[in-house]
Design a protein. Structure first.
Length: 650
């Protein structure tokens, strides 16, 4: 680590450090986000909508239930709130307006065809019969049922009897209409009533009460981090869900899916609460027999704005898509181009097509009805079939076979060439060519950008370390692919690097990952005491064959075996630091931020973290003006990460 003058956003405060562990990942692909259990391997066939003020006012957003494919559905300068998905997943109804004037709007679930539905009302929720529960009057003290087919409404609350409360806000009916649940300011809390008003019960001082989708119980926001549960008579039961004590432990906006298999909710940091300004994020928990099925919930949003009031729809489908028709295979030199017509699915949507070659699956294709198979050999016959897969992972039968015979052609130009500078060395990495008959890669180097390229030794792998270089001098590289017939591709794009002697001044720890095997990554800085790193799960880590790196094939970590005292002493003495790491992300869908380099005691207490959020980098630093978790954080916003080796310095 080299000392440097910190940027002004650090110097306005001083750095404070708890005793903690050091975790370092270098030249790696990472595992899951730090404080979530990302269950993306388990298909979640549904969608979630929610409200966010990330563009300056309240808008409606949508994503798949696994957190992917986030889209903004509304775009205007009027608040869009209280959005709810229809029971069949076809429409979204919501409130547009403010405290003085609001209307109920409706649109297709993809955000198309928005239109005003009801004037001077606020959206409540959908009933199973496709009627809308809406609210009127100030504080939503009157409840109506609106029938979409007849465009008529009837008032269902309040009952014509005297109540034990002054007012009831947002009274929602049970699925059978016999009970209501609402909130009252006096006596304050959640109440349950019979439709005729003869039964009245104060359940709890909490809020946001609602009936279970099947009408068998009620649930509400009971306390920070806890969703209460009670019988229809208002008798308390064990909580529906209680979040573990984490940074995001203040929970609101609970919503069970119609099959009661998933609970979506919002949570913000423990020291926040306000629904309009707090850093609420959307979380998801799987439920089995109304008990949490995961150790921790999936965190689905990562944005400093307020993400609140989520709703969830889970697809129910037992019929696979139709078989793809008119599949055609045409040889394009040594490659094969496939085309087909889209499949149909009346219940959910087709999400991808699976390509089979000679009976084995070779690829999944999303959002397209074409595919080019480049992993082919010359002068070879291939037979293809295609199936369609929908949102709930139901797969159609295979299509009719389509065949093609390849010819011989020059290899494709190698892609993804990168040059990384080292001390008296340059490391080259590139992507493997897809052709099956690639024999070797030829490397060419020049000493100037417009200079004459000289050929270096050929290699069979997709990396090369050039050690015949001088520090401070820039070198330019291009590569080609050569097949078994000695046909050579055109040269790749240029990559360049300038070797530099490694900085030693102010160094605290250095990990070069030169061991190549074992469970320990040694601190080779020479600064005592050494702070070696231990591989937590050796079976989840693979040492890179070309050396100087490890790959996380499954979620794991490297961590120090003792406290990082030498870090604490040096950083407290100087109030400055530099973090430097070489990484190659395995995926650009990480969140969290997923830790790359961190010094922390647990997920909610850290000194610093350099992490990944999708294709951006997040940097958290604990100071006297941040939370114990280093928030707010500093993020890049220009999508700097690619699925290739990247040199990061903070």
């Amino acid at each position: 680590m080299k000392h440097f003058r910190p940027p002004t956003w650090i110097t306005r405060s001083s750095i404070s450090y708890p005793t903690s562990l050091l975790l370092i990942l270098a030249m790696v692909s990472f595992g899951h986000a730090e404080d979530t259990q990302t269950n993306t391997a388990e298909s979640i066939p549904g969608l979630i909508i929610w409200m966010s003020n990330r563009d300056g006012d309240w808008e409606i957003f949508r994503m798949n239930a696994d957190g992917s494919e986030i889209r903004q559905l509304t775009h205007n300068e009027i608040a869009d709130t209280n959005a709810r998905i229809s029971p069949d997943g076809t429409f979204i109804a919501w409130t547009r307006g403010n405290e003085r004037r609001s209307d109920v709007w409706i649109m297709n679930v993809d955000g198309s065809e928005p239109r005003q539905l009801i004037s001077n009302a606020r959206m409540g929720e959908w009933r199973a019969d496709d009627r809308l529960v809406i609210f009127r009057k100030r504080n939503e003290t009157e409840t109506y049922l609106y029938d979409l087919a007849s465009q008529t409404e009837e008032q269902i609350w309040p009952p014509g009897v005297k109540l034990d409360v002054r007012e009831v806000y947002g009274a929602k009916p049970s699925p059978d209409g016999k009970l209501f649940i609402g909130w009252s300011p006096k006596p304050r809390g959640t109440w349950i009533f019979s439709a005729d008003g003869k039964f009245q019960k104060h359940v709890h001082g909490g809020c946001e009460g609602r009936f279970a989708p099947d009408g068998s119980f009620i649930y509400w926001v009971m306390a920070a981090g806890t969703f209460g549960k009670a019988t229809l008579a208002g008798e308390m039961q064990d909580p529906l869900y209680k979040i573990h004590a984490t940074e995001y432990g203040h929970t609101y906006f609970a919503r069970l899916s119609s099959d009661m298999q998933y609970l979506v909710f919002g949570a913000c940091p423990n020291d926040q609460h306000d629904h309009n300004t707090s850093d609420y994020e959307v979380f998801l928990m799987k439920m089995e027999d109304l008990k949490p099925a995961w150790d921790v919930p999936i965190r689905l949003t990562y944005h400093p704005a307020t993400d609140r009031w989520p709703d969830i729809f889970i697809y129910q489908d037992e019929t696979p898509p139709t078989v793809p028709l008119h599949v055609k295979a045409k040889a394009d030199g040594q490659h094969v181009r496939l085309t087909w017509e889209p499949s149909e699915d009346d219940e959910t949507k087709v999400t991808r097509y699976r390509i089979y070659r000679d009976g084995s699956a070779i690829a999944d294709v999303r959002n397209a009805t074409t595919y080019v198979d480049r992993a082919t050999d010359a002068r070879t016959k291939y037979a293809y079939q295609i199936s369609a897969i929908n949102m709930v992972n139901l797969e159609s039968g295979p299509s009719k076979r389509a065949g093609a015979k390849t010819s011989d052609s020059v290899p494709l130009i190698p892609s993804g060439l990168q040059a990384t500078s080292g001390d008296l060395s340059v490391r080259l990495n590139w992507s493997a060519n897809p052709e099956e008959d690639i024999r070797e890669y030829r490397i060419y180097r020049a000493d100037a950008s417009d200079g004459r390229y000289k050929r270096l030794p050929a290699v069979t792998q997709t990396s090369y370390v050039d050690t015949l270089v001088e520090n401070g001098k820039t070198y330019y590289y291009r590569i080609t692919a050569v097949d078994r017939k000695q046909q050579e591709s055109p040269r790749s794009d240029v990559a360049w690097a300038t070797p530099q002697s490694r900085v030693r001044e102010g160094l605290i720890a250095l990990y070069t990952f030169a061991e190549g095997q074992g469970q320990t990554v040694h601190d080779v800085s020479g600064i005592k005491p050494s702070l070696d790193l231990h591989i937590k799960d050796p079976d989840k880590v693979r040492w890179l064959e070309e050396g100087n790196g490890i790959e996380f094939v499954r979620s794991s970590m490297l961590r120090s075996q003792g406290t990082a005292d030498k870090f604490l002493q040096k950083l407290r003495a100087t109030n400055r630091m530099t973090l430097e790491v070489w990484i190659k992300p395995a995926t650009l869908s990480q969140s969290g931020p997923a830790r790359i380099l961190s010094m922390s005691a647990d997920p909610s207490q850290r000194n610093f973290t350099l992490g990944q959020i999708a294709s951006d980098v997040a940097y958290r630093l604990r100071t006297t003006k941040t939370s114990p978790n280093g928030s707010p954080e500093l993020d890049t916003t220009t999508h700097i990460l690619k699925e290739r080796t990247t040199h990061l310095v903070a």
